[in-house]
Design a protein around this ligand. Structure first.
Ligand SMILES: [Zn+2]
Length: 751
């Protein structure tokens, strides 16, 4: 299914590795180990073979009269009651071989008696029914008169996930497909066209009404059964498989959308060839699309006949169309065995958008993943695992589409294309026209991978959230450094660490170098990468194969404070590297574009630096780096760059005008840890005292007590008292006494 107008383990996997893992301690679902019939419902003691519907539609109201013929095979001895889902329907009669049978309806369930059938015995049941009084709830079957979004009167079904029961009695679970398919005989007034699953057999006109007979021979799940009725323009096209077979294409749209739709649908043969080449032959007798509106979704992958909102035509939603087409393999051919496994449908189809992008744009899928599936790190994906969502959330975009697509993409990254695509083929071949659960996929993936993958499926499917990586890169201070050291810190939304192979690549003047893969699985790890050319930048996960929050921070320069013939860059302490840094280097240039030269002799321990001996009113530019604590010859890339001009001496040529009043300026930085700069202005020469007091009013330190010229002055406090002892963290007061005035400002010392 597609969202409206798009702009596990799972299981098991025994093995020595799994046994050693603490993950094992958690009880895991073991669906894959149960026999298919007993897996989900012990009362379902038969196997559906086919559904045949004979439906009469008024098209002037939402009435629907029908007969449903179900054929099935008994799985038990003496089966005498058939239990079917049946919601909002009035059942008039039930027949078996022409004989009326007893039945009752309770709790949206139809219990119909049959002649006792032994195991393996075939039987057929005819149920005559109509839509009952559904009150305000309109589900399963939708009819709209012309008006508003409905350009023509239109009727259609929307069965996913559990609404087929609202328009036909059926066994409405994905895991018992009708093995021999389904058939429709839909009768509507002349002038209407009916589009449904399978191939059109014939049309019969009689008495102003026409019966359209469609037949789908392939196995089908009830949630994929659908018909559409409107005054449609329709046309045919063909696509070709890799094997040279022809696939008929059939489209049904409103006449006024016809010209646009022909252009929009023009790419379907290319999409079909793309998926055919990746996954194997297109599986059904035809592919079609029928447009409707109003429709609460963008598209729904009904088998061989996708329903789309007509907005996908007017909005030319190529990737929505590709998504639904890919469902023919992933959802319709191989169907999720339970709604707990919905990601096998939606994660796969969403990833197929990226595969089509890769094919059509000749670009890696990583870019599509980043641009379209970032919501995997938001919303319900933060609180619910992908596997086994609550039923109300099985079509949740962030969990099942976006994160589901990431799981497929990451599995490809872990396995590599040489394993991944053959595995997909085998998955298709093993479960074609049937159903699969997550454990089935894991088992196949492990076979192709040649080792356990429980660590992969477990962390990505059974856990909400995602990891966050913070990468701090240190380069040699020599500009032509041939190596880079990265410290990678991992956290996660749940606190549990993820283990993943992650690629790194050095960017040099020759481009991006070879991918070097390392196992990322600890809170903090460090590697050094070398290249034959100077390394300009280290790129983490260059092909975007890991779902993660990521940052590669550099130090932040906050401001540059002006002084007389001096400038003082002030920066934030660099906390991104948990191991700590040895200090900072300060770089100065005459242009924002550089070149920059280091001005400090050894790493600066403080978060500010007085750069003296400058020329007044000339612009200087600064950047800082953080220095690696283990190797002071390595430093981060530059911070942001900030420019400033030094002051001259007040009143002198080139200097600023004399201040008008005594002023004590805010100290910077504030709060501060090691030291802070305090500036003040004197309008005239005279005695000035600058002192620090604690919150109790006790003198801590006299910073300055002298006769000073007029102008701006500055002093520094290093957080120590008059005896050289480190003052405790807390609030301090800075007091300036000058020119008969006394001014005070608060300063916050942190430790
Ligand atoms: Zn979908």
């Amino acid at each position: 299914m597609g969202m409206r107008l798009l702009v596990l383990t799972m299981i098991t996997a025994a093995g020595a590795l799994a046994a050693a893992s603490p993950r094992e301690m958690r009880p895991l679902p073991r669906l894959g180990d149960m026999p298919a019939a007993a897996r989900f419902d012990s009362t379902h003691a038969y196997d559906v073979q086919s559904y045949s519907l004979d439906l009469a539609l008024a098209m002037t109201n939402d009435s629907l009269y029908g007969r449903q013929r179900i054929t099935a095979v008994s799985r038990s001895t003496g089966l005498d009651t058939i239990v079917l889902n049946c919601a909002g329907l009035t059942v008039d009669s039930v027949f078996q071989d022409g004989a009326a049978r007893g039945f009752r309806i309770a709790n949206d369930t139809l219990y119909a008696g049959i002649a006792p059938a032994g195991a393996g015995e075939h039987f057929a049941l005819d149920i005559h029914y109509r839509l009952g009084n559904r009150g305000a709830s309109r589900r399963g079957y939708y009819w709209y008169p012309q008006g508003g979004e409905a350009l023509r009167p239109v009727a259609y079904t929307m069965s996913a996930p559990q609404d087929a029961r609202w328009w036909m009695p059926c066994f409405d679970e994905p895991w018992d497909k009708a093995d021999s398919g389904c058939a429709f005989a839909v009768t509507a007034p002349d002038g209407y066209t009916v589009a449904a699953n399978g191939l059109l057999q014939d049309t019969v006109c009689a008495g102003g009404r026409t019966t359209w007979r469609w037949k789908e021979r392939a196995a089908i799940a009830t949630y994929l059964m659908a018909f559409h009725v409107s005054q449609y323009a329709h046309w045919a096209d063909t696509a070709r498989t890799m094997g040279g077979d022809t696939v008929p294409l059939a489209y049904y749209v409103w006449p006024s959308d016809s010209a646009a739709a022909r252009l929009v649908f023009d790419s379907v043969p290319v999409m079909l060839a793309c998926y055919d080449s990746l996954f194997g032959p297109y599986p059904f007798a035809k592919y079609g699309m029928a447009a409707v509106a109003p429709f609460m979704f963008g598209g729904m992958e009904n088998q061989g006949m996708t329903t789309i909102h007509r907005g996908w035509i007017t909005g030319n939603d190529q990737y929505g169309i590709a998504h639904e087409l890919s469902h023919m393999w992933w959802g319709d051919l191989v169907t999720c065995g339970t709604w707990a496994d919905i990601w096998l449908n939606e994660g796969f189809a969403s990833y197929c958008e990226a595969l089509y992008y890769e094919h059509a744009a000749a670009n890696g899928p990583g870019q599509y993943m980043a641009q379209n599936f970032g919501s995997a790190m938001t919303g319900n994906a933060l609180t619910h695992p992908v596997y086994d969502p609550p039923l109300a959330l099985i079509y949740d975009y962030s969990m099942e589409y976006a994160k589901g697509a990431w799981v497929v993409h990451m599995l490809r990254g872990v396995m590599g294309d040489a394993q991944f695509f053959p595995m997909l083929r085998a998955y298709r071949d093993s479960f074609a026209f049937g159903t699969a659960v997550t454990a089935d996929l894991q088992r196949l993936a492990e076979r192709h991978h040649g080792g356990p993958l429980d660590w992969f499926f477990d962390q990505w499917l059974l856990r909400p959230g995602h990891p966050s990586y913070t990468a701090v890169c240190y380069h040699r201070t020599h500009p032509d450094s041939l190596s880079v050291t990265v410290r990678l810190r991992q956290t996660s939304t749940t606190g549990e660490l993820y283990g993943m192979p992650v690629a790194f690549a050095c960017s040099t003047d020759a481009g991006l170098g070879p991918r070097l893969t390392r196992w990322v699985g600890l809170p903090s790890q460090e590697w050094t990468f070398d290249d034959t050319l100077p390394v300009r930048r280290l790129v983490v996960d260059p092909d975007n194969y890991v779902l993660k929050a990521f940052s590669a921070p550099v130090p932040q320069l906050k401001r540059v404070v002006r002084g007389s013939y001096l400038l003082t860059p002030v920066w934030s302490r660099f906390g991104a590297d948990a191991a700590g840094v040895a200090g900072y280097n300060v770089y100065r240039g005459n242009s924002a574009a550089g070149p920059f030269a280091r001005v400090n002799a050894s790493p600066v321990d403080d978060t500010l630096y007085d750069d003296t001996g400058l020329v007044a009113n000339v612009m200087y530019y600064y950047a800082i780096t953080a220095v690696c604590d283990g190797d002071t010859c390595r430093e981060t890339r530059f911070s942001n760059i900030t420019g400033q001009k030094p002051l001259g001496v007040a009143g002198e040529p080139g200097g600023p005008p004399l201040p008008a009043a005594v002023e004590l300026r805010p100290n910077a930085p504030n709060p501060f840890e090691r030291g802070t700069a305090i500036e003040f202005d004197l309008p005239a020469a005279g005695a000035a005292t600058l002192s620090v007091y604690n919150a109790a009013g006790q003198l801590v330190r006299v910073l300055l007590d002298a006769r000073l010229p007029a102008g701006r002055h500055s002093a520094r406090w290093d957080g120590r008292d008059g005896g050289g002892r480190r003052a405790a963290a807390g609030m301090y007061l800075c007091r300036l006494t000058a020119g008969g005035r006394r001014l005070v400002r608060a300063m916050q010392l942190i430790r």
